[in-house]
Write a protein that binds this ligand. Structure first.
Ligand SMILES: NC(=O)c1ccc[n+]([C@@H]2O[C@H](COP(=O)([O-])OP(=O)(O)OC[C@H]3O[C@@H](n4cnc5c(N)ncnc54)[C@H](O)[C@@H]3O)[C@@H](O)[C@H]2O)c1
Ligand SMILES: CCCCCCCCCCCCCCCCCC=O
Length: 927
């Protein structure tokens, strides 16, 4: 493949391409290679046990022991089994021969398929991914693995990536998951005619017969159902029992739920959680319409659903319409086994069927009259752990199977092999034209006879065929032929008796009588022959009668291992087998000297306490394994230890340096104040703020107190210096008052208008008027904000006496204007020269009546003192207190009478508006 093409491929294409390329090198075919890979896989599982269990704890809240118990131990067993038996599984498998193939080699040769795609699910992610992988490796395949995205989203990707993967060509797809996706997988596989294994699910029924020990049955059902929070493909989905048993079944299940998971399963480490909120919601919806007998507690945020039992569930209830895959256990009542069988058969074929009964006949009958992927009597789930049983579904629950040799076979192509020689053409003549009745008779004989010959029998038959061939050629249709054949058979059958072979030939002999022919027998036995294993390489030739003796020593003869390990192999392979492979061979461990069988030795390897090993922490130390534990825990400089203070883990030799910087390291206050719990990271703050002996400034430092004393003496200082602090504070108040005044002035400056118009609103008018009227002396003058006659012009202010002053006092509203000291006075013409107008605005609605404002206008009297230039430096307003108050404003003491004011809407919402306008000549405005 050229580099450019490879780079332009998708991630999935690349993975498959890489696997295929590796497969085509042929290296996965050698048994040694397969065994090494399996052993590597075993080591990986053992080394990563902790991480594997931790991952599942996070996903499913599986307890730490749950994962080894239900997943990885089983995988270890599967690998050991494959390693032990691979040679036998992968060897050619001789099959029975017919007369037609008696002299041929006929066998099945398992061969690798190529690249297998394994798609796993999330509920037992290791069992359903690595399990098939073991079969794939053992069978000599390459494999691409796609675990469920629930577990490793970053590594694997989700549906899109899987679908991309499915576009590739595989030699087998092994899918575990739900049936809907199963159909997608099959459809994709069909494009390349890829064989597919589908490990699906379904509703696995559990029939509890009235004839059984209910306490034990319910204990086993409760275990099988609530394990992994019910998320087990073969969990009992629902119970079928007779109505009279229902209450007792519920009571027993309830008792066991409590025994396994305590009164409060939320706190029990052995009780798991639902994988995600989507499934949580799905399960909660399944409860609709059913009666909860036990449990039902739930918490969505924690994905928790307690072990729940539903009673009197009807077949059409929601919970009975799909695989539950969660901790809900419906009970349906049936009249007995007949109805249970009918109920099961009316539904899709389940992945598992559970029957609890003490009646063996009933168990056998239920097995005979139903169908399911697997069946277990008087227990749940346990068939999954029996490697010799095929594990898989049927119909809707899947197709194909695995575990042990079944996985090997499923992922191998079992190739039929027939190897003939270009000889014995005379025998073959019976199939060549011209076809005759005699030839057909012989063909019938050769085709229909299936025999299992021992080696000697085979040889005899061969002799028979030689004779047959000779005769059929010379006298194909004569008496002579029949006689010769009969004689030959007599010799043959005599020999059979002698060898005690089980050959039972029922050859059609045209009803002729058979008689012994000693001479012919001798002739046959004296024939020079080659060893029956000559094709395999045996060079032995001698008289026929010596064959038996030869075979007992022939290197090419198949023999059973004398250790009774059940392996059959060529005699010449025996020494090698007995020395290296035999599971029952005796071995001494070089390290501890103990004796083991081969099988036990394999398990002993890697764990022998006397073997010298390097420290796993890579500290370089070497020691016997026996002391490794002690070394790792208490001596190894590379062992990990948690810091006593911050609890983070460090290598032993970096712990010391860490503690010199650890932020949680306990420290003493340098002032020796004795405060406990100070750490390196809090020390600075403590010394600065918390330490009782640290020198601190007086709290009145902002007011000007310079006193400094230990924190503990602050109280005394505060008592002693009350006077000083008060006078400092009054200074602060005065300063702030001045600042406030300054600020107010600045605000007024900014808010006052600069276009010669003031619109001034006086609120609460009647209250103010009332207030002044009730006073015995003095009047109330209200001041407008200051405003400017124009930009850079005169600074002015209007004042009003609500109750009047001078001649208007008590009867009128008086209005005046004042010239205030302003910023630009030095630039202006003096005395103030511009015409001034006052208006009291009529607030009537202009849409209803034309407003009639009261307006008075005057030209300033140039002799009036207040129209002269104000004293420089006297900036401010009258209210600011900086203006000479003797400088009276100019205006109208009788601007408008109180009576007049009431007539129209001069007062509205208790407010009046006074408008003042300064007529500045245009020339000034333009300048
Ligand atoms: N027979 C068994 O051995 C076995 C084991 C475990 C689970 N199950 C069954 O699996 C089901 C639960 O698993 P799940 O299906 O929820 O697991 P899941 O969601 O993990 O899906 C299974 C696999 O299918 C892939 N997938 C999902 N949608 C896909 C799509 N549209 N195209 C291609 N691939 C897609 C996922 O990536 C995943 O690898 C249950 O029915 C259970 O009984 C069966
Ligand atoms: C005598 C002590 C033996 C303990 C052995 C326990 C083995 C338990 C086997 C449980 C099987 C778990 C089912 C896993 C199914 C995975 C596929 C489906 O979801």
């Amino acid at each position: 493949m050229n580099d450019f093409l490879f780079r332009s491929m998708s991630r999935e294409q690349k993975a498959v391409e890489r696997a295929r390329k590796a497969f085509l090198t042929g290296r996965s075919q050698s048994l040694e290679y397969r065994i090494t890979q399996l052993k590597n896989l075993l080591r990986f599982i053992r080394e990563r046990q902790k991480e594997i269990a931790e991952g599942l704890k996070k996903d499913l809240r599986r307890s730490e022991c749950g994962t080894p118990l239900y997943e990885t131990l089983g995988l270890e067993n599967e690998i050991n089994l494959a390693v032990r038996n691979l040679k036998e599984w992968a060897a050619p498998r001789p099959v029975s021969k017919s007369m037609m193939t008696i002299s041929d080699q006929v066998y099945i040769q398992p061969e690798p398929l190529g690249v297998v795609l394994v798609i796993g699910a999330w509920n037992y992610p290791w069992a359903v991914t690595i399990g098939p992988l073991i079969g794939a490796i053992a069978a000599g395949n390459a494999a691409v693995i796609k675990p469920s995205e629930e577990l490793y989203p970053v590594v694997t990707g989700g549906v899109t990536e899987t679908q991309e993967l499915l576009k590739q060509r595989f030699d087998h797809i092994f899918y575990t998951g739900n049936g809907t996706v199963g159909k997608i997988i099959m459809e994709a596989a069909a494009k390349h005619l890829t064989p597919t294994t589908l490990e699906l699910g379904g509703k696995s029924p559990c029939y509890i017969d009235s004839n059984c020990d209910l306490a034990i049955a319910c204990r086993r059902v409760a275990w099988g159902k609530f394990l992994n929070c019910g998320q087990t493909c073969i969990a009992p989905d629902y119970i079928l029992c007779e109505p009279s048993m229902q209450d007792r079944v519920i009571e027993e299940l309830k008792k066991n739920i409590k025994d396994f998971y305590t009164e409060d399963p939320t706190k029990c480490l052995d009780y798991g959680r639902i994988i995600n909120q989507r499934h949580f919601k799905r399960l909660m919806a399944l409860l609709e319409g059913s009666t909860i007998a036990v449990g039902g507690e739930n918490n969505e945020s924690d994905c928790y659903i307690g072990p729940t039992i539903l009673r009197d569930v009807k077949p059409d209830a929601k919970v009975m319409q799909e695989e539950i895959f969660g901790p809900l256990l419906p009970i349906l009542t049936v009249s007995g086994a007949d109805e249970a069988i009918k109920f099961i058969n009316q539904r899709e074929k389940p992945l598992a069927l559970y029957i609890f009964s003490s009646d063996d006949k009933l168990i056998k009958r239920m097995i005979a009259e139903t169908s399911s992927g697997g069946v277990v009597a008087n227990d749940c789930l346990m068939h999954f752990s029996v490697s010799s049983l095929p594990f898989g579904g049927v119909g809707n629950s899947g197709m194909g199977c695995y575990h042990g040799k079944h996985g090997f076979d499923n992922l191998s192509h079992l190739r039929g092999c027939l190897i003939k020689k270009l000889k014995m053409e005379n025998v073959n003549k019976m199939r060549y034209p011209p076809h005759t009745v005699d030839k057909l008779g012989w063909a019938r004989f050769f085709i229909l006879k299936h025999v299992d010959f021992g080696s000697l029998g085979r040889m005899m038959l061969l002799a028979l065929m030689v004779i047959f061939a000779a005769v059929i050629v010379q006298a194909p249709n004569s008496m002579e032929f029949n006689m010769a054949l009969s004689n030959a058979l007599c010799a043959f059958t005599a020999d059979m008796a002698y060898t005690e072979s089980k050959v039972n030939l029922n050859i059609p002999l045209w009803n002729e009588e058979i008689f012994p022919d000693m001479e012919l027998e001798q002739q046959i036995l004296s024939l020079p022959i080659r060893c029956i294993h000559s094709e395999e390489g045996c060079r032995w030739t001698a008289q026929n009668k010596l064959l038996q003796a030869h075979l007992s020593v022939c290197e090419f003869n198949v023999v059973s291992c004398p250790n009774r390990c059940s392996v059959k192999l060529l005699r010449r392979e025996l020494p090698e087998h007995m020395q290296h492979d035999c599971a029952k061979r005796k071995l001494h461990c070089d390290h501890c000297g103990d004796e083991f069988t081969g099988e036990a030795y394999e398990n002993h390897q890697g764990v022998c306490p006397e073997e010298s090993v390097y420290c796993e922490n890579k500290c370089g130390a070497r020691m016997v394994r026996r002391v490794l534990g002690q070394h790792s825990v208490s001596e190894c400089p590379k062992r990990k230890l948690p810091c006593r203070y911050c609890k983070k883990e460090f290598l032993y030799d970096t712990l010391q340096p860490h503690q010199q910087q650890c932020p949680r390291f306990p420290m003493q206050c340098p002032n020796r104040c004795g405060t406990p719990g100070i750490t390196r990271e809090t020390l600075m703050a403590h010394v600065k703020e918390g330490c009782s002996t640290a020198m601190v400034l007086c709290p009145f430092r902002e007011a000007g107190c310079k006193h400094k004393c230990p924190k503990t003496a602050v109280g005394r200082h505060l008592e002693e210096a009350t006077h000083t602090h008060l006078s400092l504070l009054s200074g602060v108040v005065n300063r702030q008052r001045l600042e406030l005044r300054e600020l107010r002035r600045a605000v007024e400056e900014l808010s006052g208008s600069r276009d010669g118009t003031l619109l001034w609103k006086l609120t609460d008018f009647s209250q103010r008027l009332q207030e002044v009227k009730s006073r015995t002396s003095g009047s109330l003058e209200l001041f407008s904000p200051a405003f400017y006659s124009h930009n850079y012009g005169y600074r002015l202010q209007v004042s009003a006496f609500p109750n009047g002053n001078g001649s208007g006092e008590g009867s009128h509203l008086s209005v005046y204007i004042r010239v205030l000291p302003g910023e630009y006075d030095g630039l202006l013409e003096w005395p103030f020269p511009y015409r001034v107008s006052f208006s009291l605005l009529d607030q009537s609605d202009p849409a209803l009546t034309k407003p009639q404002h009261i307006t008075e206008t005057f030209i300033p009297d140039p002799t009036w003192k207040n129209f002269q230039r104000p004293r420089p430096g006297a900036l401010g307003s009258v209210r600011g207190g900086c203006l000479d108050e003797s400088m009276l404003g100019f205006g109208y003491p009788k601007f408008i009478s109180h009576e007049e004011m009431k007539k129209r809407n001069y007062i509205r919402d208790n407010a009046i508006f006074i408008k003042a306008t300064i007529d500045v000549v245009q020339k000034i405005l333009n300048s």
